[in-house]
Design a protein around this ligand. Structure first.
Ligand code: GLV
Length: 327
């Protein structure tokens, strides 16, 4: 019997391709070319499965052009690149890679928070530029992490990981806002207190965004929200571009409306709003929060396992729309 054909849309660990090759006829993209939508549709037209990343948009148009497609396994926990309703309507399974990246991503959120509050990259640029000629009493004086109030918007697994690092590791006072309140045991474990979004904005010394992107969370932080924050506050976004209005943020940073920001994700990335590139009080990283070698390997393997389970057993480890498996 011939093996099902799959497409691996972007470059990935060779051992994962090797593993998939035992089960599938694989077309890979080790040149790591970022295909246009038309190119992606051409590549996917004769495939039964796809190994996708957050950069590969799977929508109604792609699905209509690729009637043989049965599953898209995303190597990411976020899946806003999928039109999940359209996939479900066509009986196409979507899967993501939760859990395996939680701790690594929470580590990074904390690293970005510390780099932002303590002005690490800004001071490094100054040093590298040869500007460090003497000690000064307020040189790159930032804000403290320990003992400060840490606000978290979006309290899923990664938010909880950040809360625990803050409360247990740094003695922070942790507050959070989420669509739904956590149960009392989880709140106690995180040492986190539920507050309204308004209280979160007004009282956080550091605000970390970890909520999924959707139409409802688009520009959840815009000019009006930034205006409610403390002038000394820092803002960290490791969630998705589009949750923050980047133009409004650049303006707020320029006006010192808030002290600083740390951004791993951007509206329209990999393009970055040009104003963010010119303000000094922002730490910018290229969407790498889950990028440790073991975690990226675990994510790739989980996406691969989803493909293998689906084609061998009609199930998946981390399905997003499991209802299509019943049909
Ligand atoms: C990364 O942004 C992910 O969703 O895994």
């Amino acid at each position: 019997m011939s093996k099902p054909r799959i497409l691996i849309a972007r470059a990935v660990f060779p051992e994962v391709i090797e593993r998939l090759s035992h089960h599938f006829e694989v077309e890979s993209n080790q040149a790591d070319t970022v295909w246009s939508k038309v190119e992606l549709m051409e590549k996917l037209r004769d495939k039964a499965g796809a190994f996708t990343t957050g950069s590969d948009r799977i929508d109604g148009e792609v699905l209509a052009a690729c009637p043989q497609l049965k599953i898209c396994a995303n190597m990411a926990v976020g899946y806003n690149n999928f039109d999940l309703d359209a996939m479900t309507a066509r009986g196409v399974l979507g899967t993501n890679t939760p859990d395996v990246l939680t701790e690594t991503t929470a580590d990074f959120g904390f690293a970005l928070l510390m780099a932002t509050a303590r002005r690490i990259t800004e001071s490094e640029h100054y040093l590298r530029a040869g500007q460090w000629t003497k000690w000064s009493f307020d040189m790159f004086a930032g804000s403290d992490i320990h003992g400060a109030t840490l606000g978290i918007l979006g309290m899923g697994r990664i938010g909880q990981g950040i809360a625990k690092r803050g409360s247990h590791g740094f003695g922070m006072n942790v507050i959070y806002h989420n669509r739904s309140r956590l149960d009392a045991a989880t709140e106690a474990e995180c040492k986190a207190r539920y507050v309204s979004k308004e209280e979160l904005l007004k009282t956080a010394d550091h605000l970390v965004l970890v909520l999924p992107y959707s139409a409802a969370s688009h520009h959840a932080i815009g000019a009006a929200e930034l205006a409610q924050m403390k002038r000394t506050a820092t803002l960290v976004n490791i969630a998705r571009g589009g949750i923050v209005d980047d133009a409004a943020l650049a303006q707020a940073l320029r006006d010192k409306r808030i002290a600083a920001a740390g951004l791993d994700v951007f509206e329209g990335e990999p393009a970055v709003h040009p104003d963010l590139l010119t303000v000094p009080n922002v730490v910018l990283t290229p969407h790498i929060a889950s990028s440790s070698v073991p975690t990226r390997l675990a994510m790739a393997n989980l996406a691969a396992e989803n493909l293998i389970e689906f084609f061998t057993q009609n199930k998946a480890l981390t399905p997003l729309n499991p209802q299509v498996l019943k049909g």
